[in-house]
Design a protein around this ligand. Structure first.
Ligand SMILES: NC(=O)C1=CN([C@@H]2O[C@H](COP(=O)(O)OP(=O)(O)OC[C@H]3O[C@@H](n4cnc5c(N)ncnc54)[C@H](OP(=O)(O)O)[C@@H]3O)[C@@H](O)[C@H]2O)C=CC1
Ligand SMILES: CCCCCCCCCCCCCCCC(=O)[C@@H](N)CO
Length: 361
């Protein structure tokens, strides 16, 4: 037997008589697992590099548009409790004065100040710019801007009560009313290389629902604004947060409920009604930490993971959770969508039946 023959027979024997290769899939699995673990560990090691430094609210100047009522007022109170100086912006002066008193009750030191400014944030940019200038002269540069001024409306797309003008007005208040104040504070923030901008969108800014043909688009628009602005502002250490609250117990919701179609009410009940204080706690914490996304409640969490798209991440955990949960949440979402469709169909059938009954009488 030549050396070559001996070698090849030894190799074949070895391969056939030792069935180590049966273990090959397991070895490969182990290698892949080791790679994944190493990758995750590496991600966690670099995570301090992608997470922003928290903003100190103590002594900071926070401007809250829509600060005289509901969610905005609760956000102002939450910031005041952490030592901030507050400017409340809204139109109605008497509501502003009343809210100022309530916010002042949350003081933690006697240096804190609450300033009120009456202006329509959606009408004239120059006017918004000039009031922002005024408040900066009194309380110093704005450290955090909370865009919470907004209104909601629900009704069927073609119903007479939904005057066509409503589409323009909601886009005006909810979208442009967030653009103008942001534009007015951004130059100073860029110069100072610091700041926080919060946009208050809504769960109806993550999914379009029956009854929200005028409202939802104005809240979706904020997402596009927030994402684009964040990419521009990141090198300047300015962090953008977009909040997606569910139905929240406020005067605004009470007003909206007066025209709310049955379908909208039944669908919205899925994620329940939250208290404004609860919403405020969560969104302020997220803005302080510089998180891009801020959601409230378990449905809010699922919706945000599901609709994350190309939005920025501010922690490794967030990114990993999105990767792992997306398929599962899509499955849950399809079940929800099915039940929403059946609500809409049931309401339609019931309406037609009662109409037919009315005719017979
Ligand atoms: N409540 C809810 O269920 C949810 C609300 N949201 C959003 O949160 C935000 C606040 O809602 P909520 O607290 O319920 O609303 P409220 O109606 O209770 O408060 C709205 C605030 O915005 C001010 N505002 C409205 N229009 C203007 C304007 N053109 N210029 C300046 N200020 C204005 C109001 O004061 P004034 O009228 O005196 O100007 C008031 O201070 C809104 O953007 C809403 O879409 C999101 C999800 C759920
Ligand atoms: C995995 C998928 C989970 C899906 C959960 C879906 C839950 C849908 C509920 C939507 C509620 C919309 C609230 C709008 C609040 C609002 O902005 C107005 N009330 C303003 O006044």
């Amino acid at each position: 037997m030549s050396y070559e023959e001996w070698l090849s027979s030894t190799i074949t024997d070895w391969l056939f008589f030792n069935s180590w290769w049966l273990l090959l899939p397991f070895i490969m699995l182990l290698v892949v697992a080791a790679f994944i673990v190493a990758f995750v560990l590496l991600l966690y090691m670099i995570s301090p590099l992608i997470s922003p430094k928290p903003l100190k609210l103590n002594g900071a100047h926070v401007v809250v548009t829509g600060g005289s009522s509901g969610i905005g007022k609760s956000i102002a109170m939450e910031c005041y409790r952490q030592g901030a100086f507050i400017t409340l912006v809204a139109r109605d002066e008497s509501k502003l004065v009343q809210a100022k008193k309530e916010v002042e009750k949350c003081a933690i030191n006697d240096k804190q100040v609450v300033l009120c400014i009456s202006v329509d944030v959606s009408k004239d940019y120059r006017q918004v710019e000039s009031v922002i200038k005024q408040c900066q002269e009194k309380l110093g540069p704005v450290d955090m801007l909370v865009n919470c001024a907004g209104t909601s409306f629900s009704g069927k797309f073609e119903e007479v009560e939904v005057e066509v003008e409503r589409f323009r007005s909601l886009m005006g208040v909810n979208y442009l009313g967030s653009v103008y104040p942001t534009r007015a504070v951004i130059t100073t923030m860029k110069e100072r290389r610091m700041g926080r901008i919060m946009f208050v969108s809504s769960q109806a800014g993550q999914i379009g629902l029956f009854g929200y043909t005028a409202y939802s688009p104005s809240k979706f628009a904020l997402r596009g604004l927030a994402e684009s602005l964040q990419m521009e502002m990141k090198p300047y250490n300015i962090y953008v947060t977009i909040a997606y609250p569910p139905d929240t117990d406020t005067p605004g919701l009470a007003e909206e409920n007066r025209t709310k179609p049955l379908e909208t009410r039944l669908i919205s009940e899925t994620s329940g009604v939250t208290q404004p204080e609860q919403v405020a706690k969560i969104v302020v914490k997220d803005a302080v930490q510089g998180n891009f996304n801020s959601s409230v409640g378990p449905d809010g969490y699922m919706l945000s993971a599901l609709t994350c798209g190309m939005s920025p991440v501010t922690s490794i955990t967030e990114g990993l959770q999105q990767i792992v949960t997306m398929g599962l949440f899509r499955t849950v979402a399809l079940l929800y969508l099915g039940s929403f469709d059946s609500i809409v169909r049931r309401c339609m059938i019931e309406r037609e039946q009662s109409k037919a009954a009315d005719k017979r009488e």
